[in-house]
Design a binder for this molecule. Structure first.
Ligand code: PEP
Length: 250
């Protein structure tokens, strides 16, 4: 039985003060109701330390939105896995479609980051998903399979990997994949993992859905056999909504 995981990606939102306020509200709204699943929040880099202190002692996990693949050095604007580890991050989101779309992430750089996160002793959330054009042309299966294979190249053990299927056309658009559409792609991803790592690993790997998940659609999505939780954007900025989504997974 896979333990569901719900992570709130706050993206480039909230000052440090606003972030600690939201983190406290998330902890309060969840109460002790979330032990059946994992819940995490991913604030901006400047807020990681303060949010980490705020959620300390709760069951909410600290998550980073990205990292670089070098240890240190002349990489202006970047943050290393060592820095994130020292702040108590449990997971790092890698290859979010906004990173791929606006910041030139490729499967190759995603792969370097994934390996660095694992080497640092943290867990990685590998994001994959097709654009609207790729969905409409029917290329989504090939696109997502290539992203999974490329992102995991050379990764021997995937027990610290979570995969997030996030159709680009559903992110921040209010347009959610139907539970059947999402299930279809989650199954494709699980089959690809089975091909690469064998059936037991495929059975164990958790695959989150992301793309306009709300309290009103979370339960239906999470009830699908291959959907193991969610990566939540907009709805994670409201503590009550995020908590309702987590509770739908528990
Ligand atoms: C995301 O960016 O990971 C996401 C799923 O965003 P939203 O929930 O706002 O669609």
């Amino acid at each position: 039985m896979r333990r569901k995981i719900v992570v709130g990606n706050w993206k480039m939102n909230k000052t440090v003060a606003e972030s600690t306020e939201l983190a406290s509200a998330v902890v309060a709204a969840l109460g002790s109701d979330c032990s059946a699943c994992e819940a995490g929040i991913a604030p901006t880099y400047p807020a990681l330390d303060a949010v980490g202190r705020t959620i300390k002692g709760s069951e909410v996990l600290l998550v980073a939105q990205n990292c670089h693949y070098e240890d240190d050095g002349a990489f202006t604007g970047e943050v290393s896995t060592g820095m994130l580890n020292a702040l108590g991050c449990s997971y790092v989101i890698i290859g979010h479609s906004e990173r791929r779309q606006y910041f030139g992430e490729t499967d190759a750089t995603v792969n370097l980051r994934i390996k660095k996160v694992l080497a640092a002793g943290m867990k990685a959330i590998l994001c994959v998903g097709e654009t609207l054009e790729e969905r409409e042309s029917g290329a989504f299966e090939a696109v997502v399979s290539t992203q999974v294979t490329g992102g995991l190249q050379g990764v021997v053990d995937i027990s610290d990997i979570v995969i997030a299927y996030e159709p680009v056309w559903a992110i921040g658009t209010g347009r959610t994949a139907s539970s059947e559409q999402a299930q279809e792609v989650h199954k494709i991803i699980r089959n690809k993992v089975a091909e690469l790592y064998g059936a037991p690993a495929a059975d164990a790997v958790r695959i989150q859905y992301g793309g306009s998940v709300k309290p009103s659609n979370a339960a239906e999505l999470f009830a699908m056999p291959d959907i193991d939780g969610g990566l939540i954007g907009g709805a994670a900025l409201k503590a009550e909504d995020f908590a309702a989504i987590v509770k739908a997974a528990c």
